[in-house]
Design a protein around this ligand. Structure first.
Ligand SMILES: [Zn+2]
Length: 97
């Protein structure tokens, strides 16, 4: 198993990667990798800079490949059409006709 994206590039735009509590208290916790204050959170919820995590993955290609595989499994779910919305649309159409 080899990584597809190299060097590792994380997408941490999700709100789960932001430490709202620490930001509100203006008390960022130390990054688990470099020890400097960080308002970003890893996937596990640990304070961690995105750049630190990417650098760590760069040193651990196997871990990055596993991360990519896990991420792709969870994001490959395609949204299904809401049947309720379709019925509502049809009802409106019937009234207009
Ligand atoms: Zn860091």
């Amino acid at each position: 198993m080899s990584p597809r994206i190299w060097p590792p590039a994380l997408d941490w735009r999700a709100s789960t990667h932001w430490d709202y509590d620490a930001a509100a208290m203006d008390a960022p916790r130390p990054c688990v990798l470099c020890g400097h204050p960080s308002l970003l959170l890893s996937d596990d919820g640990a304070p961690c800079h995105k750049t630190c995590a990417e650098a760590w993955f760069e040193q651990h290609p196997d871990a990055w490949a596993a991360y990519e595989a896990r991420r792709d499994r969870t994001t490959s779910v395609t949204p299904t059409t809401n049947p309720q919305a379709i019925e509502t649309d049809n009802a409106l159409f019937d009234q207009a006709a």
